[in-house]
Design a protein around this ligand. Structure first.
Ligand SMILES: Cc1cc2nc3c(=O)[nH]c(=O)nc-3n(C[C@H](O)[C@H](O)[C@H](O)COP(=O)(O)OP(=O)(O)OC[C@H]3O[C@@H](n4cnc5c(N)ncnc54)[C@H](O)[C@@H]3O)c2cc1C
Length: 410
């Protein structure tokens, strides 16, 4: 089969790898507009569920991702005028650059042809292909070219955000809320290697313009943020890559949906089909799980139209709960100032329960684990769970390494 993936993000590179694993005879090309090693964004977070899937589908790249991942325990919640509180849990993070390096190296090892600095500007320029995968991101040119057919819609969220990096290495995933004369502004920060953290800042549009971000250029705007969050940064800088090209990274989140994902032999995958608000940190996971589902469907030997239909159906069903969670989560942040009066423990609980689904015992556990000894015990318990889950994955990987597409239950 001749397969062309337009876009060398996580979705495109991972699908290319799986398509080669399924059948080394597949001719797979990835067109990527950026040069090798160049991408946008900073670190991304993920959890055990993605790692479980990665180890099932390709233990080789999974092991590399696992080795490179930064492991963090707990969430810390800081807010002006309140003592610091903690939320139970653990997770992993990895720089987007590093993730794409791992995925592209693996794809090339298997014989995928990646053409860097190769931007598709006209669909007529596509090489002859049995399957064209449009994995060209949230602003997909292919989706836009057939917007009516795909039933694509873009909803722009209210809050403003900016995705920054910092050399300040946070101890763990940290939410920090600062009260300013123009209103509340907050960050989500997490380390993703031993030199760098992601630092995403968000606020309402009123606070954004009240603080002057609508008129400040990128450098002055970043400096203003550094002053606002000085007590969290220990003198470290905030970095906005866009400042280097005279632009600012402030944006409003664009929620993309598409009623149909296929058009003849063209299929949408990852952010080109759906975006998921960063408040639940899952877009990369969903993009890679799309790749798994598409590889299964295409590898089934069914007629292409049937396979693409099955892929879309499976992914829409699997994503629905997460999409609801993402909406609830972004809505919580849009109303954040309404929760600011809560005492520290209740405030951080409201933040963790922003999807509104937790049973009462979670609240009781949360309050009980704000003191040192119960918190340490819970942390040890969760560390043991993380360790045993990692062990199970690795053991299963050792048994199954070398298979093409691995058995799975997703
Ligand atoms: C602030 C922020 C924080 C986030 N944090 C997380 C997180 O913590 N965890 C998480 O799981 N997700 C996170 N995400 C979401 C995640 O970044 C995306 O969901 C993910 O990158 C989607 O992967 P993709 O491969 O579909 O698209 P992309 O990563 O956007 O890749 C698309 C690729 O296509 C290329 N391309 C585009 N057009 C063309 C063209 N015409 N020709 C050739 N190439 C083209 C682009 O250069 C790009 O490399 C975050 C997103 C944002 C905005």
């Amino acid at each position: 089969m001749r397969i062309t993936c337009v876009g060398g993000g996580p979705a495109g590179l991972y699908f290319a790898t799986l398509a080669k694993l399924a059948d080394p005879g597949n001719e797979v090309t990835v067109l990527e507009r950026n040069p090798a090693g160049v991408t946008w964004g900073w670190g991304v977070v993920f959890w055990d569920d993605l790692l479980d899937d990665l180890f099932r589908y390709d233990p080789v790249s999974a092991e590399r991702i696992w080795q490179a991942a930064y492991k963090w325990d707990e969430y810390e919640v800081r807010a002006t005028g309140k003592p610091t509180t903690h939320l139970a849990g653990y997770g992993f993070s990895l720089g987007r650059h590093r993730l794409l390096d791992i995925l592209s190296a693996r794809a090339v090892e298997l014989g995928v042809n990646i053409t860097w600095s190769d931007e598709l500007t006209d669909l007529a320029d596509l090489p002859p292909s049995d399957l064209v995968v449009a994995c060209d991101g949230a602003r997909s040119r292919i989706r836009e070219a057939h917007a009516e057919h795909f039933g694509a819609e873009v909803e722009v969220a209210r809050n403003k955000y900016i995705w920054l990096g910092t050399p300040k290495v946070f101890d763990t995933f940290t939410f920090g809320f600062e009260q300013t004369p123009a209103g509340w502004i907050w960050f989500h920060a997490y380390p993703f290697d031993d030199k760098t953290s992601t630092f995403i800042v968000e606020c309402t549009p009123q606070t954004w313009s009240g603080l002057g971000f609508d008129t400040l250029d990128a450098r002055d705007g970043t400096e203003r943020l550094r002053q606002i969050f000085a007590s969290h940064l220990d003198g470290a800088a905030l970095i906005d890559h866009r400042a280097e090209v005279g632009r600012t990274g402030w944006q409003s989140f664009r929620r993309v949906t598409a009623q149909r994902w296929d058009h003849g032999n063209v299929v949408l995958m990852g952010d080109s089909a759906h975006t998921t608000h960063f408040a639940i940190g899952s877009g990369t996971k969903l993009a890679m799980q799309d790749a798994m589902a598409l590889a299964d469907a295409v590898g089934s030997g069914d007629d292409l139209a049937v396979a693409l239909e099955r892929y879309e159906h499976r992914r829409k069903a699997a994503m629905a709960p997460l999409q609801r969670a993402a909406r609830a989560s972004s809505a919580w942040f849009e109303k954040m100032p309404e929760y600011a009066h809560l005492p520290a423990g209740r405030f951080s609980y409201a933040l963790s329960n922003r999807r509104g689904e937790y049973p009462t015992w979670r609240y009781l556990l949360h309050m009980a684990t704000q003191s040192a000894i119960p918190r340490t015990l819970l942390r040890w318990t969760l560390s043991a769970r993380r360790w045993s889950r990692a062990r199970r994955r690795t053991d299963a990987g050792q048994v199954t390494t070398g298979h093409a597409i691995l058995p799975h239950t997703a």
